[in-house]
Design a protein around this ligand. Structure first.
Ligand SMILES: Cc1ncc(COP(=O)(O)O)c(C=O)c1O
Length: 375
C-alpha cells in the first residue's frame, strides 16, 4: 500500500515554502560548517563507496557503539550505518511488519512508525502518554496494549515531542513486557546526548536480544544534512534483512556522510560538540521557560532531554490556526502545531537551530500573536 503523507510533513512542506524569519520549533543543535571538518578530511579520499563493508565504515561503527555505551556488549557486525535514524527506522519497519501484525506506538510520538506500519497493512495500537503526569508513558497501559500479535513496540527515548525520558528501570520493565510475547522493541534515541536532569538512558540493543536502537548525528551534533545514522541490534538476521532492503533502495551509505560523521564522533570532537550543544541548549531552554512563565495563554512541561517540548494553549486557541497566522506577515515565524502529533490544542516549542533560528524574535512575535488572539 502507498505510504500516506503525515501531518507533520505537510506542515514542514508549507513552512519551508513560506521562508520564515524566525523559528520556534527547531529540534537540532546549531549546525557546524563544512570548514570545521576540512583539516581532518583526506583530499585523496575516494568518492567510490567505502570499499570496506556494506554495514558502513568500521571506524564509524566503533564510535557509534562507544557513544551508546555498547562497546562491551555489541560488536561491529551489530551496527548498520544508515541515511539517518529515519532510514534505520524505515528498514526495520519495512522488513519486520507483515499485514495483520500489531505494532504498539506511543502518542504523542514520532509519526514515521504509524504511517509506515499502516502502509504495510499492520494494525497500529496507540498508548497515550499522560500530560498531567509530565507526559509519562503508563507502563500498565503499555502492557495491556501488547498481545500475542504484537510484532514490534516502537518508542522514542527521549520522546519526540515531549522530551520526557524513560530511565533504566522503566526500560527494563518494557523489555520484560516485550519479551513476554517475543516482540521486537525499537527505541529511537535520536535525541540522546542532551539530557538535562540525569544520565543518558541505556540503549536497548544492550538490554534485549530483540532490542533495536536507532540514532544519528542529526540532533545533538546538529549534523542533520549529513544523513548519517545507524541501527544497532544483536540479532544477525535483523541486521542482514536491513542490509538486503537497503541494497534495493539506496544500496550503500553516502561516503561523505560517513567520513564527516566519523570525524564528528571521534571522542575529543564528540565531547566538545556535545558540550557546546548542552551549554547552548540549557541557556535557550531557560529563556524559553522564563518566556512561557510570562504568558497567560500558554503553559508547558519543560523537556527532561532534547531541545523540544509541547506547549498547551489556553482555551479557544487552535494550534493550526495560530501556526498559520504566525507564518504570515507581520509575524513570519514558524511554529509546529500540535496537530502534527494529533494534539490540536498544543504547539511544539523548540530552542534549537542556533543564531539563525532568531528564537528570541520568534518568541516576541508569538507573544504578540497570543496577545492579539480573540478571547
Ligand atoms: C524521533 C525521530 N526519529 C528520527 C528522526 C529523523 O532523524 P534523522 O535525521 O537521523 O533521520 C527524527 C527527526 O526529527 C526524530 O524526531
Amino acid at each position: 500500500m502507498k505510504v500516506k503523507m503525515h501531518r507533520l510533513f505537510e506542515v514542514l512542506l508549507d513552512s519551508t515554502a513560506a521562508d520564515p524569519e524566525a523559528v520556534v520549533g527547531f529540534s537540532l543543535a546549531a549546525s557546524p560548517r563544512l570548514g570545521d571538518f576540512l583539516d581532518d578530511l583526506d583530499p585523496a579520499m575516494s568518492l567510490d563507496w567505502n570499499n570496506r563493508d556494506f554495514r558502513g565504515l568500521p571506524e564509524l561503527r566503533t564510535h557509534v557503539l562507544r557513544q551508546a555505551g555498547l562497546e562491551e556488549v555489541c560488536d561491529l557486525r551489530d551496527v548498520l550505518v544508515t541515511a539517518g535514524a529515519a532510514e534505520a527506522n524505515y528498514l526495520v519497519l519495512r522488513q519486520l511488519l507483515e499485514p495483520g501484525d500489531e505494532i504498539v506506538v506511543e502518542t504523542p510520538g514520532w509519526p514515521q512508525a504509524p504511517v509506515l506500519a499502516a502502509a504495510q497493512g499492520a494494525r497500529v495500537v496507540p498508548v497515550a502518554r499522560v500530560e498531567e503526569d509530565g507526559w509519562a508513558l503508563p507502563l500498565d497501559w503499555l502492557a495491556a496494549a501488547v498481545t500475542e500479535r504484537t510484532k514490534l513496540i516502537f518508542l522514542t527515548n527521549p520522546n519526540n515531542p515531549t522530551g520526557r525520558m524513560l530511565g533504566r528501570a522503566e526500560l527494563e520493565e518494557i523489555v520484560r513486557i516485550a519479551d513476554g510475547v517475543g516482540a521486537w522493541l525499537l527505541i529511537d534515541e535520536v535525541y540522546a546526548g542532551l539530557e538535562w536532569e540525569g544520565p543518558r538512558a541505556p540503549s536497548v540493543a544492550g538490554m534485549y536480544a530483540r532490542g533495536i536502537t536507532t540514532g544519528s548525528v542529526s540532533k545533538a551534533l546538529g549534523l542533520q544534512g549529513l544523513r548519517t545514522g545507524w541501527l544497532i541490534c544483536r540479532d544477525a538476521g535483523l541486521v542482514q534483512d536491513a542490509v538486503i532492503l537497503r541494497e534495493n533502495s539506496s544500496e550503500i551509505m553516502n561516503v561523505m556522510g560517513e567520513a564527516i560523521a566519523e570525524i564528528a564522533l571521534r571522542p575529543d570532537r564528540y565531547r566538545a560538540g556535545l558540550a557546546r550543544a548542552r551549554a547552548e541548549g540549557r541557556a535557550n531552554l531557560r529563556r524559553m521557560d522564563d518566556w512561557v512563565r510570562g504568558e497567560t495563554r500558554l503553559g508547558w512541561i519543560p523537556p527532561e532531554a532534547g531541545l523540544i517540548g509541547l506547549g498547551r494553549l489556553g482555551d479557544g486557541i487552535d494550534g493550526d490556526a495560530l501556526a498559520r497566522r504566525l507564518l504570515d506577515p507581520p509575524y513570519r515565524t514558524f511554529l509546529l502545531p500540535g496537530s502534527a502529533y494529533g494534539l490540536p490544542g498544543h504547539i511544539r516549542l523548540g530552542v534549537g537551530g542556533g543564531a539563525e533560528a532568531n528564537l528570541m524574535q520568534g518568541l516576541e512575535r508569538l507573544s504578540e500573536a497570543l496577545r492579539d488572539w480573540p478571547e
